[in-house]
Design a protein around this ligand. Structure first.
Ligand SMILES: Nc1ncnc2c1ncn2[C@@H]1O[C@H](COP(=O)(O)OP(=O)(O)O)[C@@H](O)[C@H]1O
Ligand SMILES: C=C(OP(=O)(O)O)C(=O)O
Ligand SMILES: [Ca+2]
Ligand SMILES: [Mn+2]
Length: 655
């Protein structure tokens, strides 16, 4: 190893490090040391010195202002001009026709840049048309750290190198504040009404909110712009642009979306979809359709989303996921709210489940390749991750139980709403002072076994995760195809505290396709696509309870992660497919009698309950809830008759 004095330290076995020999030692004796060993600094002034510290990046993103501009080739300038035009177009509004200047780096330092391009004359009449907004375009994590720490209260570096941030008043998604523009097309295409996540708004109201967001963003000194991709399937890649007010949001999306290479960014052109995140600024409650000061508005015709009144970064991620739930099925590609991983032999597993049921935890498996933790597509070519990062819950995170997630929390990772020691900056993952829904967002390559590019062959196992707060579902059941569809459409779980605002205790909940908040069309449409693909490629369905055993929430206890991992191992290896099974009452589930590493007494839930009558009552109660929930799905027609739906309904509980 180089020791900094130009000499090498040689490690001698058993002797530790050899002594450091300094230059000329022994020759100059005890002569006074002159500081003349290195060349003088190549700067005349302090400013010049500082300008040397930062080496100019490859000309992939718009370059810094100042005198560099003139020395660049025309093509580079031309590209910048086009980029500026594209971003200007994004930020145009009726108050302002010309958009902001594209500047890479700090607004203060780059101000000179403004003089290189004269102000384009405009017919706009308000003062806001005359104002410049600096655009911080695709900044690097290091630059975003600096922006966050300098300008955003509540941003700190934790001892592991992550960027701790606060998401503000909202620490979870606000599904009741989501609005979707209903127009002639979406009226017929989308799922509206009872059970649907799509609450309507009209085009005009969307424009009112859009203008509010754009004017807010343009009123700032600087905005962040991310140009990135969604979907690792090269044929179905979507270009997204995220315009936001905070470095936190820009770094979050940098981590969560697919990061373009310099070459890809060069040819980026016009985005397919744009998010305007003005989360710090509320919507106007006098606006039609608004029921709070938060609004997350989706306009599929304009391919735009507006965020007002919430800074929870998950809204952007899950908002884009909703868009994919519309765009992909139109191409006969199924979008899935699931984690996904692959074994050494290429066997792919999908992990469906609502928030907190274990998609991220169980797809992050040291013995398998991680394709993604949350959002995927299943096309005729196999599976692909939609995202470029993972979004893990960190409450009670432990190095022992989840080492790969633990180690992914390092420089570059966004840590949301965690509590840390004010001096050592060590994170206390058990602390729920800010919220239960503490999160880490990191690029997928922070997981050592990530499969890059994040694509894989057709799935072999489809695992439905339910965190059953009633404690009556078996830890694992093998499902036939109609049962898989029944449980897929039901989307049962106990909602674990935190991810959705206002939920403090686990409660039974049903969410169609394990993601009702994100689907755009009727659940049965997605189910039909899933059934077709599972049948075609011979995938097996499983129901895994990652929730309670031996009694309901408050009485029993959560099934140990260690046991769930053993169950999942047995699914992956294929041993569970050929195990001995028996059928449960009411739900008619096939349950194995033995799994290596799992106590057999918990496999049949009745055995784990001390009070058998209480078990039976609770089982019937849950079955009743399933039945009630399914009522709205019993009449949906796929194809020319009701056969598909009828078969699914008959796979539900019988009592
Ligand atoms: N038996 C279990 N199986 C899966 N997760 C468990 C289990 N017991 C506790 N957990 C915890 O539950 C949480 C699951 O959350 P996560 O994997 O992030 O869910 P999702 O990605 O589906 O939203 C993690 O914090 C994990 O440590
Ligand atoms: C970000 C989310 O994802 P999940 O909890 O499923 O990981 C969410 O549901 O808000
Ligand atoms: Ca999710
Ligand atoms: Mn997750």
């Amino acid at each position: 190893m180089e020791n900094g004095n130009g000499n090498r330290n040689v490690v001698m076995p058993g002797k530790g490090l050899t002594r450091i020999q300094t230059n000329g030692s022994g020759k100059k004796g005890n002569e006074v040391c002159h500081d003349d060993s290195s060349l003088p600094v190549k700067a005349q002034t302090i400013d010049e010195l500082h300008s040397l510290q930062k080496k100019k990046s490859a000309p992939t993103t718009p370059i810094t202002g100042s005198s560099f501009v003139a020395t660049f080739a025309m093509s580079e300038e031309e590209r910048q001009r086009q980029q500026l035009q594209s971003i200007s177009a994004s930020l145009a509004s009726s108050a302002r026709e010309t958009g902001p200047k594209v500047v890479r780096g700090d607004p203060g330092k780059a101000f000179k840049h403004v003089h290189h391009h004269p102000v384009v004359p405009t017919i706009s009449v308000s003062d806001s048309a005359l104002k410049f907004t600096h655009v911080l375009y695709n900044l690097s994590p290091a630059e975003l750290y600096e922006q966050a720490i300098k300008y955003e209260k509540g941003s700190f570096i934790t001892s592991n190198g992550a960027l701790a941030t606060l998401s503000g008043a909202k620490t979870g998604r606000a599904p009741r504040d989501k609005r979707v523009v209903k127009d002639e097309t979406t009226e017929d295409e989308l799922w509206w009404g009872k059970g649907s996540p799509n609450i309507e708004m009209d085009e005009h109201t969307f424009m009112v909110n859009r203008e509010r967001a754009v004017d807010y963003l343009n009123s700032l000194d600087k905005v962040f712009v991310n140009d990135q991709f969604l979907n690792w399937d090269p044929q179905n890649k979507i270009k997204v642009r995220i315009v936001s007010a905070r470095a936190y949001h820009s770094l979050f999306m940098h981590n969560m979306c697919i990061r373009p290479t310099p070459e890809e960014l060069e040819d980026f052109g016009t985005p397919d979809f744009t998010i305007y995140n003005a989360g710090k600024f509320p919507c106007n409650r006098y606006t039609h359709y608004m029921t709070s000061s938060t609004s997350i508005d989706l306009n599929l015709a304009r391919r735009e989303m507006v965020i007002l009144g919430t800074q929870y970064a998950g809204e952007m991620k899950k908002g884009l996921f909703s868009v994919m739930h519309y765009l992909m099925p139109k191409r006969r590609i199924l979008s899935l709210h699931s984690g996904c991983n692959m074994g050494k032999d290429g066997d792919v597993a999908l992990f469906f489940g609502l928030s907190g049921t274990g998609k991220t935890t169980l797809s992050t498996d040291h013995n398998r390749y991680l394709i993604g933790d949350d959002e995927h597509c299943w096309s005729d070519n196999g599976v692909s991750n939609i995202e470029g990062g993972c979004y893990a819950k960190c409450i009670d995170l432990s190095r022992e139980k989840e080492p790969d997630i633990w180690n992914a929390i390092k420089f570059g990772t966004v840590l949301e709403n965690v509590v840390f020691d004010e001096h050592t900056r060590e994170v206390d993952y058990t602390d729920k002072s800010v919220t239960e829904n503490t999160r880490a967002a990191y690029p997928i390559e922070f997981i050592p076994n990530a499969k890059i590019p994040c694509v894989g062959p057709h799935p072999k196992n489809v695992i439905l995760l339910a965190c059953d707060a009633f404690g009556v579902l078996p830890p694992v059941s093998k499902l036939n195809l109609p049962q898989t569809m029944y449980h897929f459409i039901s989307g049962y779980t106990a909602l674990v505290a935190g991810t959705v605002d206002g939920i403090k205790e686990p409660t039974a909940t049903f969410s169609a396709c394990f993601g009702a908040a994100f689907i755009m069309m009727h659940p049965t449409k997605y189910a039909a696509m899933l059934a077709e693909k599972m049948q075609k490629y011979g995938a097996t369905g499983w129901l895994v309870n990652t929730g309670w055993s031996g009694g309901r929430y408050g009485v029993g206890s959560r099934i140990k992660l260690q046991y769930t991992r053993k169950i999942i191992d047995a699914i992956h290896s294929g041993t569970l497919l050929n195990a001995n099974y028996k059928k449960t009452e009411v739900f008619g589930l096939e349950i194995p009698t033995k799994i290596e590493g799992v106590p057999s007494e918990i496999l049949d839930p009745i055995n784990a309950w001390p009070d058998k009558d209480a078990y039976k009552d609770t089982l019937l109660k849950l079955a009743g809830l399933f039945k009630n929930n399914f009522e709205v799905f019993t009449n949906y027609q796929i194809g020319k008759d009701n056969k598909f739906t009828e078969e699914i309904v008959s796979a539900g509980p019988i009592f």
